[in-house]
Design a protein around this ligand. Sequence first.
Ligand code: ATP
Ligand code: MG
Length: 450
Amino acid sequence: MNKFTTELLNKLFPNNRNLNDQVVSIDRIYTDSREAVNNGLFVPIVGERFNGHDFILQAVDKGAVAAIWSTEQEVPTELSEQFPLFFVDDTLDGLQQLASAYRDYVDPTVIGVTGSNGKTTTKEIIGSSLAHYFEVSKTEGNLNNLIGMPLSILSMPVNTEVLVLEMGMNSFGEIEHLSEIAKPDLAVITNIGESHIEHLGSREGIAKAKLEIVKGLNENGVLIVDGDEPLLEINNYKQVLSCGFHNGLDYQVTEVFQSEDQTSFKVNNQPLSIPLLGKHQAKNAAYALAISDWLKVDQNKMAASLANLSLPGMRFEQIKTESGALMINDAYNASATSMRASIDVVKKLPYTNKVLVLGDIFELGEFAASEHRKVGEVIDQEIDVVFTIGQDSQYIIEALPKQFTGKSQHFHERDQLIRRIKDYMYEDTVILLKASRGMKFEEIIQKLED
Ligand code: ATP
Ligand code: MG
């Protein structure tokens, strides 16, 4: 079935050319002119470095059958006058309008997932577990911004019943905007950390920015929050469900045990397990459980779905090296909260020697020193060796307890660090590698694997 027909596009964008006698059907709406498409509607985005309008001829070559077009941009003379264009003031706006209209047209149950940490993981847990019961479509990877989220909406199949969307942000107003486009029926705030504190001023500011998700929430919608976070104690919203470890929450997680390849726990006394490691993952599973409950999925069946989750491209990738050491690649991204969570997981792993290799956490502004110190403060005798590399990560070393003198070191040189790590690559040792994406730890891991 086609996603869009001329009729809907005409209605959305009455200022267009060449359509009176043409029927255009659209299967794919996209922004990358290099992509080969069938029945594609090309949406040229004006970015900082590139202007998508410059690539219209390439897009046509690759299969575009129509395009959105900014009234401020000239149409190249080489473009056939028969080629349908839909004019808008701003093409990003146009993309978002299309997404919003398509969301209403398909009308699935929409689940919006935001929070400082755990958005992608929680989105995957929700999407994969519910896929046993519904036609589910979800954000691919991490496409969570004002371009990516609309594209995620537009890529859902027409028969979608449940749409799970990740919503990310850097500053105030973005989650509100995303929520108004997606109009979620259920909204999850996984936690409040300190990512983007630079732009939002304080943890209170971060909480306020995440809570913007209620702006677009359906009036009968439900807000699901991290019940362990005091900043998310919400009294002024009608339907709130809380998940977490404290007494009295709607979905209380208790008796968490972590083994080498799974975490078992109870939610409101129901025994559960997931093939992911860490207390925080038990809480992320509780969000999925709360949602499945609201969708009236049998909770025993849901327990089986959670136990058998298989998540693509997971963070916290475990790599068994030839030397027998276990390397944990958690270098996809980092905040102080997620770094502490990962260290906590490593502490509980059944290995004799535990090595942490930590890099800088970016985007902390004036909080850089204090947030890195907070990481150092959770490192105790359960960890054997700590290496850091970069600039601000030396504050982690500064905050370590005295017993780490001689068992910790800060590096400026990557090759020196790699040589030191190699000294620890033997049987019964676990090595955690974690830093912000920009630290390019994947290059270190590559060298260690070779
Ligand atoms: P991004 O902002 O990059 O999209 P994200 O919010 O999607 O990040 P994930 O990629 O799912 O987050 O996870 C990032 C890290 O956060 C993981 O390494 C994990 O250790 C940690 N994490 C996951 N869930 C939680 C949670 N509920 N609380 C704290 N930390 C968490
Ligand atoms: Mg993410």
